[in-house]
Design a protein around this ligand. Structure first.
Ligand code: COA
Length: 327
């Protein structure tokens, strides 16, 4: 029998510390009204110095396993998606594995920026559907505050920190991942990246002085591509799955900018009351946005068993993708 992979649980962890727009007004030349009007963001969470992508991801994982009554020894594979790994090497999967005590798991990281969750889900799908993994932990966790330049008003307003964890297993009924498409266009690299700290431009006194260890982006270029590509790939996934848009209970787009979300929804003919939004409270948490929205909808009881959910992302790379699931 053909196996179908399924998200059997999802949990989030947000650091306690809130950073509101008013506080950013004291740090850079910006104001609350501009940020709300141009991005929809009101506040974001900021991890404390001892927290990392690994520790936040581990916290979300512990919550998830407790919620599901799954013991860490049952996990056979850990996939972490992050742009802020605890170390350049080894993978943050090592940190999660030891922190949660998943003694029988192997694991690795995926670097796909804001599309990390959907890319991770795609790999997880392959592992579960080929019966190579029975209980797979997909951790999407980001300490964006560690790579955001709080002197750059065009980026520091946009990002926040969060950790999430999802359990992927084989489905036992009609639920699960129905259709998905992933894309990559490397010509987009200069539009959103971290210039130094890798092998192309290793860390030096000069790179630090020149502030090259922060995320830089061409906001307008990213904006234009995000709207068009998220809407197009979503429509393509629905067409392949032969699912009309009006059957989709929730559209969960990556949370980069409320205007991007609204424009993509409009292109898809979707009213905003079927679009998940948490960017106002958490800003862009990179690969953690989609799973944190999904967790919220399940928790509030508006995403129920049998519901069709369409997820879409766009991010650095450029990477983008869309995945249709039945809960
Ligand atoms: N406060 C006040 N003014 C600001 C500002 C801030 N925080 N940031 C930029 N501005 C200014 C700019 O300097 C510019 O001034 P100028 O016209 O005098 O040059 C003006 O606002 C308009 O800038 P622009 O970049 O055109 O604004 P925008 O409406 O495109 O909004 C972003 C900027 C970054 C919010 C928007 O482009 C965006 O969200 N892009 C996508 C980002 C994204 O999704 N990134 C993650 C990828 S997944």
């Amino acid at each position: 029998m053909q196996l179908r992979a399924k998200i059997t649980g999802v949990a989030s962890y947000f650091p306690e510390k809130k950073l509101g727009n008013q506080e950013l007004e004291k740090m850079v030349d910006t104001n609350d009204a501009w940020i709300v009007e141009r991005t929809g963001i009101r506040e974001r969470r900021i991890a404390h110095a001892q927290e990392s992508a690994g520790s936040m991801g581990a916290e979300a994982s512990k919550r998830l396993l407790e919620q599901l009554g799954v013991s860490p020894e049952e996990i056979d594979l850990i996939i972490v998606t992050t742009v802020t790994p605890d170390h350049p090497f080894p993978a943050t999967a090592s940190v999660i594995q030891t922190e949660i005590g998943a003694t029988r798991a192997w694991g690795f990281d995926i670097s796909a920026a804001c599309s990390g969750y959907l890319y991770g889900l795609e790999v997880a799908r392959g592992m579960v559907e080929s019966a190579r993994s029975k209980k797979l932990l997909l951790v999407s966790s980001e300490k964006m505050s560690s790579i955001v330049d709080y002197q750059d008003r065009s980026t520091c307003i946009l990002f926040g920190d969060a950790g999430t964890a999802s359990l992927i297993e084989a489905s036992e009924d009609e639920s699960g991942i129905l259709e998905s498409i992933m894309r990559l266009d490397g010509t987009g690299l200069p539009s959103l990246y971290m210039p130094a700290g890798g092998s192309r431009l290793p860390t030096s006194e000069e790179t630090v002085k020149a502030r090259k260890h922060f995320a830089v982006q061409d906001g307008r270029a990213v904006y234009k591509r995000a709207v068009v590509d998220m809407a197009e790939i979503s429509a393509e996934v629905l067409e392949r799955a032969k699912v009309p848009i009006d059957q989709v209970r929730w559209f969960i787009p990556h949370q980069a900018n409320l205007r991007i979300i609204e424009s993509a929804a409009k292109r898809l003919n979707l009213p905003m009351d079927r679009v998940a939004v948490n960017i106002d409270r958490y800003a862009n948490t990179t690969s953690a946005t989609i799973p944190s929205c999904l967790a919220e909808k399940i928790e509030e009881g508006t995403a129920k068993k049998g519901d069709l959910i369409l997820m879409a992302s766009f991010g650095a790379g450029f990477t983008w993708g869309a995945t249709l699931i039945r809960l």
